[in-house]
Design a protein around this ligand. Structure first.
Ligand code: BDR
Ligand code: CA
Length: 301
């Protein structure tokens, strides 16, 4: 089977943990590198969490530590995902360690030395990817596409119109959106419809699934025990898109990133007559997503 070579750029993070779990158990994906970025928690914690997840899943994938602060704006303190970013489960200390290269350098080396183009899957703020494009613009030709979780055309989850990953580093997002790379925006318009709840997890736990136990613990903690409406699997949607694009409705659009003012971080759809710059996922088959999630979950521990 021909595998899809990818780099995951992440800030674990509750739903990042689920996305990494799924991605590492999809045999069609060849994860060449995981890079970390400040986002849901600071870079020390996101990096440690990525290492803990690979230890939990017993997967040997290089991890490179990335940008500590957004490109221009000050770093924010975010603890929406708890103090550690993955509270609620007692993860074993990681037996993996980071590689010595900075994330941006590690991505450069990989792109330069890999014959085929690689797909980048950012599921956190876009700081590392923007730095890569600023430093090494020629490497754009080595990127197959960027499938990112971020943005929204239908209202945000931060200051009103902005979604977190874009809001956290809007200048970086602007660089990525204007890069002329094939960018697929998997935003809140679809991710808010991708829910996993207690029912699905309990059934997997009854089947003896240890990963479902871990997910249940961190999701419960995140939702203060209120799992009635399920937990939104934002980042897993980007992984789902890689393997099942038919699960999504995607439209070409012209989207601008607002970088200042009260709507900073907003991804704003512009007039139709402007040339398009991104593909936006505008709808998702939620039932199919749930089915896919559970199928991969059943392949885990
Ligand atoms: C995004 O923000 C983060 O909190 C999640 O991990 C996801 O990547 C959703 O807005
Ligand atoms: Ca994330």
């Amino acid at each position: 089977m021909k595998k899809i070579p990818i780099i995951i750029d992440t800030d674990p993070g509750i739903d990042d943990a689920a996305a990494i779990g799924l991605a590492t158990h999809c045999e069609e994906l060849d994860i060449k590198l995981i890079t970390t970025v400040t986002g849901n928690v600071d870079i020390n914690k996101t990096t440690e969490n990525a290492l803990k997840l690979l230890t939990f899943f017993d997967k040997d994938i290089p991890v490179a530590r990335g940008m500590e602060t957004p490109l221009l704006q000050p770093v924010y303190g975010s603890e929406v995902h708890g103090e550690s970013g993955m509270d609620g489960f007692d993860f074993k200390a990681s037996t993996h360690s980071v590689i010595k290269e900075h994330a941006v350098e590690a991505i450069r080396q990989l792109l330069e030395n890999h014959d085929e183009k690689i797909t980048i899957v950012p599921i956190g703020p876009l700081t590392n990817i923007a730095m890569l494009l600023l430093l090494y613009p020629k490497l754009k030709s080595k990127i197959d596409k960027i499938v990112l979780m971020g943005g929204s055309l239908s209202g945000g989850n931060m200051n009103g119109p902005a979604e977190f990953n874009i809001w956290a580093d809007p200048h970086a997002a602007k660089i990525v959106f204007e890069s002329e790379i094939d960018v697929i925006m998997i935003g809140l318009d679809v991710t808010n419809q991708a829910l996993i709840g207690e029912e699905e997890l309990s059934a997997a736990i009854k089947r003896g699934n240890k990963t479902a136990e871990m997910f249940n613990a961190i999701f419960q903690h995140y939702r203060d025990g209120d799992m009635e409406n399920g937990v939104v699997m934002h980042d897993s949607c980007a992984i789902a898109y890689l393997l099942n694009p038919e699960m999504f409705t995607v439209e070409r659009k012209h989207v601008k990133v607002v970088t200042s003012g009260p709507a900073s971080g907003m991804t704003m759809e512009m007039f139709e007559e402007l040339e398009t710059n991104v593909s936006v996922a505008t709808d998702i088959d939620s039932a199919l997503f749930q089915e896919w999630f559970i199928t991969i979950l059943d392949k885990m521990l």
